[in-house]
Design a protein around this ligand. Structure first.
Ligand code: TUI
Length: 311
């Protein structure tokens, strides 16, 4: 039977998460060159930014890559069109339901992989024509659902007939092996690439991940309906205090405005939003992407023998 890596022309069944502000062509090209699927994460950027990023990645690699559309982006319609026009090989989506774009992307020949936090959304995405789903547990960084990877992945695997990739808390061969044991055919990792040489983010962001321990991340925004996991700092303390005091949505929005840029571009350790997953505590050093990926899969293959990803 064909593996997801065979279908997409990859060495490893590994997607890189489409991290807003972080996942530009630099990290995407490095992951694709290393044998995974690099993904350009559009986040809150516009369609012109995406066109430029696609042009740049095509200049530096001929390996397959993908684009992630964050569905809360106000310019989602225009960005979805660019994805189709550029015939991007793989499209992942987050923070919403991708249904309305699927026919257009299918027409363009894209392989469509929504990120889902629940069985209900996985089933809906399958009905709407998705080619696979990524079941993402709440261990992940950024916008998260409620269920853990351990509970979510097998339930999604049982509920749909399309391939399922696992995400949330995976940063080494043990996580890959565990994902396969849960029935996943591949993994998506984000946090581990924050501690890579190639990722185009402020050094302070990388240092925050390296210094983090198991309990260093917090989820803010559960009460306002946009829960976001990030490394604890002065901003999260203020945010959680506002939430406890039932501050208005507007007050909390104002506090968070522009804070991801402050983290990624300015390295503002006090007022930036340093989105990262719970597995940050296991990540101890900055490595080249190729080393991260090769180590992850040689460890997974050792652990799993013939049941493993075989790559
Ligand atoms: O989307 C992500 N992770 C993200 S997006 C992002 S940008 C952002 N910044 C600030 C606030 C909010 C977003 C940073 N990280 N992961 C995939 C994911 N999707 N996690 C959870 C969901 C999700 C949640 C609810 C998907 C669908 C959903 O409801 C669908 C519906 O409409 O029924």
């Amino acid at each position: 039977m064909k593996t997801i890596a065979d279908i997409l022309g990859l060495k490893y069944p590994l997607f890189q998460g489409g991290m807003a502000w972080v996942a530009d062509w630099h990290i995407a090209a490095a992951v694709s060159e290393a044998g995974g699927l690099g993904i350009i994460g559009v986040g809150g950027a516009d369609e012109n930014w995406l066109r430029d990023q696609i042009k740049k990645i095509r200049e530096v690699t001929d390996k397959p890559f993908g684009v992630n559309l964050m569905l809360m982006n106000p310019r989602a319609d225009e960005i979805a069109k660019v994805i189709a026009e550029e015939k991007v090989k793989v499209v992942t989506t987050g923070a919403g339901s991708a249904g309305k774009y699927i026919p257009m992307w299918k027409e363009a020949g894209c392989f469509i992989v929504p990120v889902v936090p629940s069985v209900a959304l996985a089933k809906k995405m399958e009905r709407d024509g998705a080619d696979a789903v990524i079941a993402e547990g709440t261990e992940s960084g950024g916008h998260v659902g409620e269920l853990t990877t351990m509970a979510l992945v097998p339930q999604v695997v049982d509920a749909v007939s399309i391939p399922v990739l696992a995400a949330g808390g995976i940063a080494d061969g043990r996580g890959v092996a565990a994902s396969f044991m849960l029935g996943a055919v591949g993994v998506q990792c984000g946090t581990v690439f924050l501690a890579s040489e190639e990722v185009n983010i402020h050094q302070n962001y990388k240092d925050m991940v390296i210094k983090a321990k198991d309990t260093s991340t917090k989820v803010t925004g559960r009460s306002s309906g946009a829960p976001v996991r990030q490394i604890r700092n002065q901003l999260t303390a203020k945010y959680l205090e506002l939430e406890e005091n039932h501050a208005s949505f507007e007050e909390m929005e104002a506090l968070g405005a522009g804070s991801l840029r402050k983290a990624v571009v300015d390295g503002d350790t006090k007022e930036g939003t340093f989105m990262a997953g719970q597995i940050s505590g296991m990540i101890r050093e900055i490595k080249p992407v190729k080393t991260i990926v090769d180590e992850m899969f040689s460890e997974a293959n050792k652990l799993m023998g013939d049941a493993g990803p075989v790559c």
